[in-house]
Design a binder for this molecule. Sequence first.
Ligand SMILES: Nc1ncnc2c1ncn2[C@@H]1O[C@H](COP(=O)(O)OP(=O)(O)OP(=O)(O)O)[C@@H](O)[C@H]1O
Ligand SMILES: [Mg+2]
Length: 333
Amino acid sequence: MGVEVVVEGLTKSFGRQVIWEDVTLTLPAGEISVLLGPSGTGKSVFLKSLVGLLRPERGHIWIDGHDLANCSENKLYELRRLFGVLFQDGALFGSLNLYDNVAFPLREHTRRSETEIRRIVMEKMDLVGLVGAEGKLPGEISGGMRKRAGLARALVLDPEIILFDEPDSGLDPVRTAYLNQLIVNLNAETEATFLIVTHDINTARTVPDGIGLLFRRELIMFGPREMLLSSDEPVVRQFLNARRHGPIGMSEEKDVSELEAEAQLGHDPGVLPPIPPQLMPSENRMRRTQRPPGAWLAANGVIPPPNSFVDERGRNWLEEYPRLVAARARGEG
Ligand SMILES: Nc1ncnc2c1ncn2[C@@H]1O[C@H](COP(=O)(O)OP(=O)(O)OP(=O)(O)O)[C@@H](O)[C@H]1O
Ligand SMILES: [Mg+2]
């Protein structure tokens, strides 16, 4: 079961440029969280800080009782082995074939025999649907395959925490849908703690248990999906519903005059779209950390927008979910 990551008052600057300040959040063990934010708000910097590739100036990152933001280099090296990272560009070695790329962390960090390495590499290649492509070079395969190879490599050391930096960027909608299903299945199987940075609103709305939003050097909100998907907070609302109207402008932030002009025209945030059902793992699996649809809303007395939790086949997941849970507990469905 994955580990909890507790971030407290984290602040990161480069020279005099403050990237974000006082970021506090908890990635619950085994849950899938998504981090959103306009381009340049420091999402990748946040992921790199979590793995200790960048050192924040202030704050703490607690993992298993250790503060990754303030520990020795030796401890950091040890803690880093808890992480698997899928970098924004896949970060494969161009001159190595996929097999050697995926085997790399095992050869670098373990003393396993080539026979064991072969077993692990092929198992992960199978998991991401790349069996048969081991001999190919990164330059010879599609962007989607490169992402999946990067994912296989992030998995070989059986990480407790997996960070994904835009796993879906540059993928067509169908490949993104497959990748999202793969991520959800992977979470069911590994029970690791996931953090996904994405610009894909559909991914953000359907995959995670929790969502966070970085904007103007701070974490605006972080919490259960139903809290953000029903939120009236203008930035959250604009971002999660991909609207033009709101505080976020073309150059990251709208200036005061633009916002005043908008206010004079009358600010109409429109109605909130329905909350979609969360993506379920396929093949008879369950995710231990998944909450029933509507649970957060009911506990907090929030009424969801009309037609929430209805899928594209017209099934209402407020009714469908308990049925599916029961069926899967019996080993069916
Ligand atoms: N090593 C570094 N040295 C100096 N500045 C950096 C460094 N890495 C990132 N930055 C700056 O930090 C800011 C945030 O960058 P980051 O890559 O984290 O953005 P992002 O939110 O991931 O954007 P995108 O959505 O486009 O990937 C940028 O202004 C960038 O120039
Ligand atoms: Mg980035």
